[in-house]
Write a protein that binds this ligand. Sequence first.
Ligand SMILES: [Zn+2]
Length: 63
Amino acid sequence: MTQPALDPEELSLWQAKIRIANQHNIFCHCQQCQREWVASAAEPCSCGSQLVETIACWQFPDD
Ligand SMILES: [Zn+2]
């Protein structure tokens, strides 16, 4: 008995989606001024702080 495998095409599509989401939806949180924003890449805060926590948005639940 074989498990239904994920279609390789679906799998690569899913991986591409994750990659795109990861590139364009980086959730940034400044640990200095507590500012929160979304950027396409990790970037320093407008307050000049480099203490920015970055979280890829795809890690959040989708609802
Ligand atoms: Zn800041």
